[in-house]
Design a protein around this ligand. Structure first.
Ligand code: DAH
Length: 332
């Protein structure tokens, strides 16, 4: 028996290293370990080996078989790996396209925070339409027919419907009337929303802005309750050192009436800021909605949301709040 198994193994290994493609490996497999490959014929030749050499030859042959088979598996894995990925060419480690992250608008946040404070003080939320009729915007609020506040130049009139003149509301005080029509006293509500005035836009004026309105009607409500409510709000919202100042004023729907200033921290310093108006609800207003002013009294207030947010966050121009420039809005 002249077959040199060491030389055969060397030859098989050399041919295997030379196979660099999946096709080359398939060919090697067919030639060496396939059904009619070299290994098969060596096995078949075992029967012709002289009897005394058979055990040694058989053992060596088995070693050869194991060696080239495992070498084949290893080489197959290597070639498969270097042949590159199969299936779709997606690199899951590549950074994706970033999706811009949104944030709440500074005004929405301010409104939520303010409503939250009044909510804790027992005020519920009331609502009214932005397109109002003259009765809710003026008449029921004790604003006479001849009052200049009704001038066409000071309002966005929207034409008539069913003989009723409509306009974009100029104040959230309209919601006082809506709330009292809907619910008998006692009544304790706040309303927030947009109001509209034909102002020329500049750093402090815009034709649309937001107000928060408060209304409390009960037996024996006094000016002291009004002041207490405003002070509690100021301290809860602006901090324990906040203060409230009321200056005598006039509004048709309150008597007496006052302007409200609150002392808030602006860039580390406590400063007075004028925020809106307030007063005791005028008996004529109560009468307009069928509430007996002899039995019930109440207070009302209206504050400007933009004012609060602008002073609080040091926003120098009201127009920035409505330009929707993400670079500006992202700061809050
Ligand atoms: N509606 C007033 C305005 O827009 C603000 C106001 C003043 C509201 C006094 C009130 C109030 O409820 O009592 O200027």
């Amino acid at each position: 028996m002249a077959v040199d198994l060491d030389a055969t193994q060397t030859e098989a290994m050399a041919a295997l290293s030379a196979a660099t493609t999946p096709e080359g490996l398939d060919a090697w497999k067919g030639a060496w370990i396939g059904g009619s490959g070299r290994l098969k014929s060596l096995m078949a030749g075992l029967k012709d080996v002289p009897k005394d050499q058979k055990p040694a030859f058989g053992k060596r042959l088995n070693e050869l078989k194991a060696a080239i088979e495992s070498a084949y598996e290893a080489r197959r894995a290597e070639v498969d790996a270097s042949a590159g990925p199969r299936g779709p060419l997606v690199d899951v480690t590549e950074p994706g396209t970033p999706v811009a992250e949104g944030c709440r608008h500074v005004l929405s946040r301010t409104i939520d925070e303010i409503v939250d404070v009044f909510g804790r003080m027992g005020f519920t939320l009331a609502e009214g339409p932005e397109v109002e009729d003259e009765w809710h915007n003026f008449t029921a609020l004790n604003i006479p027919e001849s009052h200049p506040a009704r001038d066409a130049t000071d309002n966005f009139y929207m034409g008539e419907q069913g003989g009723v003149k409509r306009l974009l509301r100029t104040q959230t005080s309209t919601v006082q009337i809506r709330a009292m029509e809907r619910q008998k006293p006692p009544l304790k509500v706040v309303a927030t929303g947009r109001v509209y005035r034909p102002d020329t836009h500049d750093a402090t004026h815009y034709s649309m802005f937001h107000q928060i309105e408060g209304l409390y009607i009960d037996r024996g409500v006094s000016m002291a309750d009004l002041k207490t409510t405003l002070v509690q709000f100021a301290k809860a919202y602006f901090g324990a050192e906040a203060e409230v100042r009321m200056r005598p004023s006039f509004f048709p729907f309150t008597e007496p009436s006052a302007e409200v200033d609150m002392k808030m921290r602006i860039k580390g310093e406590w400063k007075w800021v004028e925020l809106g108006g307030c007063g005791m609800v005028d008996p004529n207003v109560l009468q307009a909605v069928g509430i007996d002013p002899e039995e019930w009294t109440g207070f009302a207030f209206g504050l400007g949301i933009e004012r609060i947010a602008m002073r609080r966050y040091g926003i120098g121009d009201i127009r920035w709040l409505f330009e929707n420039d993400a670079r500006f809005l992202r700061q809050f």
